[in-house]
Design a protein around this ligand. Structure first.
Ligand code: NAD
Ligand code: WQD
Length: 337
């Protein structure tokens, strides 16, 4: 079975390619490298000892997408390609709408032309807005608090409409909570070029002394220690869920949403302390103002993914901290020489 992975050289995409290849799938990647590097293709090959087909280009480019479908009999698609920085999406919303929604429309039009109607989509816990209750279940009300979140919500709607219009479609909407960690090989992981927006990449850059100090955004939240609580999930666990979702869409039709989290919430301080302990490294921090738009706590009820996909997260917070740091050390040592 051949799977097209859009955004396959990105953080979650690259880990998913590894899991797909190790489960016996063939993988075709399309990525315009706007937030990743070509070398990732070689790292995926190095980890798996398998071949990967790579197209450098934009999912919004219909002719390129047609060429890919002409050259390969694609059985299903995993659609990761997208822009993901919440703050940036507020500044340049049209870029987000064009790229994140435009790519989905172009992709689905071409899939329709080639009668490939099975898709796994990267959604996000952000579609729950500010949840009234915890843990979050898939049936909770959906809303968006920024343009990035709105692109996820619209894409979920577009894919649902597509299924309603043609019941031959099979759609899995995967709502990720907070992915962190890296492949244990240390070859692939998350490595933002700019100053990181997300907590774990920031912690890592402070630990490696690329940044001076971590700012913790608020310690007066309604949580165990006042700092924000999130459901961190190891990216390898997340990647494995995509293999289960692919099996599901290949074997069934319909549209379904799944929470992908561990079900456990950890505070910012707990994450920082665990990181320091397992990696035996200092992460200096200061408490600063709350970041606008942040919520107190967010964690999943992942029961549905367990029941329907037979998937659950297995890796704990210590492993997440260790693998994130290991990747950074490995990456920095390779790129300094
Ligand atoms: P990432 O930026 O590492 O990966 C996205 C990849 O898509 C990049 O390699 C980028 O070059 C590529 N890309 C972007 N637009 C493209 C286009 N038009 N055509 C071709 N390639 C394009 O991000 P990630 O963390 O791996 O996220 C993957 C997906 O999961 C995204 O859709 C993101 O919104 C979603 N998601 C991520 C998180 C998270 O915290 N990382 C959480 C929830 C959802
Ligand atoms: C986690 C916690 C911060 C940075 C975002 C997106 C969401 C999803 C995942 C894509 C919060 C605190 C952070 C820092 C800090 N992405 N923090 N200092 O905000 O839960 O979710 O990424 O879909 O849509 O909104 O993740 O890692 O930014 O923050 O104190 O320098 O860490 O306040 O409590 P978040 P995050």
């Amino acid at each position: 079975m051949k799977i097209l992975v859009t955004g396959g050289t990105g953080y979650i995409g690259s880990h998913t390619c590894v899991e797909l290849l190790e489960s016996g799938y063939e993988v075709v990647i399309v990525d315009n490298l706007c937030n990743s590097k070509r070398e990732v293709v070689d790292f995926i090959k190095e980890i798996t000892h398998k071949e990967v087909i790579f197209y450098e280009g934009d999912v919004c480019d219909k002719e390129l997408m047609r060429k890919i479908f002409k050259e390969h009999k694609i059985d299903a698609v995993i659609h990761f390609a997208g822009l993901k920085a919440v703050g940036e999406s507020v500044k340049v919303p049209l870029n987000y709408y064009r790229n994140n929604i435009g790519s989905t429309i172009t992709l689905c039009e071409v899939m329709n032309e080639f009668n490939c109607k099975k898709i796994v989509f990267s959604s996000s816990a952000t579609v729950y807005g500010s949840p009234k209750e915890l843990p979050i279940k898939e049936g909770f009300p959906l809303s968006a608090t920024n343009p990035y979140g709105r692109t996820k919500l619209y894409n979920e709607g577009i894919l649902t409409d597509l299924y309603v219009s043609d019941n031959n479609w099979s759609v899995a909407l995967l709502r990720y909570f907070n992915p962190i960690g890296a492949h244990p090989s240390g070859l692939i992981g998350e490595n933002p070029n700019d100053i990181p927006n997300n907590l774990m990449p920031y912690i890592v850059k402070v630990a490696t002394k690329e940044l001076k100090i971590l700012s913790i955004f608020g310690n007066d939240y309604q949580t165990k220690d006042g700092t924000g609580v999130r459901d961190y999930i190891h990216v390898v666990d997340l990647a494995k869920a995509h293999v289960k979702a692919i099996e599901e869409v290949l074997n069934n039709t319909g549209v379904d949403a799944y929470n992908l989290g561990t079900g456990q919430g950890y505070s910012v301080l707990e994450l920082v302390e665990t990181f320091q302990k397992v990696n035996k490294v200092e992460v200096p921090y200061q408490i600063v103002e709350r970041r606008p738009g942040d919520i107190d706590a967010c964690y999943a009820d992942p029961t549905y993914a367990k029941e329907k996909l037979n998937w659950e997260a297995t890796k704990g917070i210590e492993e997440m901290c260790r693998d994130s740091y290991n990747f950074a050390i490995n990456y920095n040592s390779k790129h300094q020489n």
